[in-house]
Design a protein around this ligand. Structure first.
Ligand code: SF4
Ligand code: SF4
Length: 219
């Protein structure tokens, strides 16, 4: 019986079956050795234990952590939810919303729910790109814990009522925090990761966040 031809080999260069047999053995041994070399390198490397949370984790600038969400700019268009490959974004509103061009704030129906189930989220960022008002972003924290799967659902509307745009790890609610965590918490509370007209007006932003959950007249 003639062995089927490898489709990626150019015509006229077919290997002999015996030669192909030994070539396959060679490739198998070679790839195992390459893998083992990498494994052995780590077996003898010096182990490093990062003393998190006392020491800040070394996250890259484009790290995709738990989202931060600017509710006052959200028009509840569902584009993020439709783009999500695992259907883990839940949005509820009382009516259509649109951006008021003067203020860059969304008006119309009330946002009654914006939630993400982090038991399902795979941090792919596909929800961020289609957002027409640039109000959902990948954040810069990797840490969240809970006792049940339900604890992994973050209700961003509830966070907004407390003037927050992103979930915070439980331990960050303690009084005495390591310096890096205190700085990060302050940056969140001062909306340093937002990039629009309200950035320098924190009180006004807090008001707009709460207003987003109440029906606003369209201009
Ligand atoms: S990061 Fe990916 S999986 Fe997570 S909510 Fe966005 S689209 Fe869905
Ligand atoms: S795509 Fe943006 S504006 Fe539309 S619902 Fe999602 S977060 Fe809100």
């Amino acid at each position: 019986m003639v062995a089927p031809r490898n489709p990626i080999e150019p015509a006229g260069r077919r290997r002999q079956p015996v030669r192909e047999y030994f070539h396959d053995i060679y490739q198998t041994v070679r790839t195992i050795l390459i893998g083992m070399r990498i494994t052995l390198k780590y077996c003898f490397a010096k182990t490093i234990t990062v003393q998190y949370p006392d020491v800040a984790p070394a996250l890259q600038p484009r790290y995709r952590g738990f989202h931060f969400y600017e509710i006052e700019k959200c028009i509840a268009c569902d584009l993020c939810a439709k783009a999500c490959p695992v259907d883990c974004i839940y949005i509820e509103k009382t009516g259509p919303r649109k951006i008021d061009k003067e203020t860059n704030i969304a008006v119309g129906g009330a946002m009654t729910r914006y939630a993400i189930d982090y038991a399902k989220c795979m941090f792919c960022a596909l929800c961020c790109d289609p957002c027409p008002t640039d109000c959902i972003h990948m954040g810069n924290i990797h840490d969240m814990s809970g006792y049940t799967r339900k604890d992994m659902i973050v209700e961003f509307t509830e966070l907004a009522k407390a003037g927050l745009q992103t979930p915070q790890p439980l331990w960050m609610q303690k009084e005495h925090l390591p310096d890096w965590a205190a700085e990060k918490k302050e940056a969140w509370e001062e909306f340093e990761f937002s990039h629009d007209k309200l950035t320098q007006q924190n009180d006004r932003r807090r008001e707009e966040m709460v207003k987003a959950m109440v029906e606003q007249k369209k201009k």
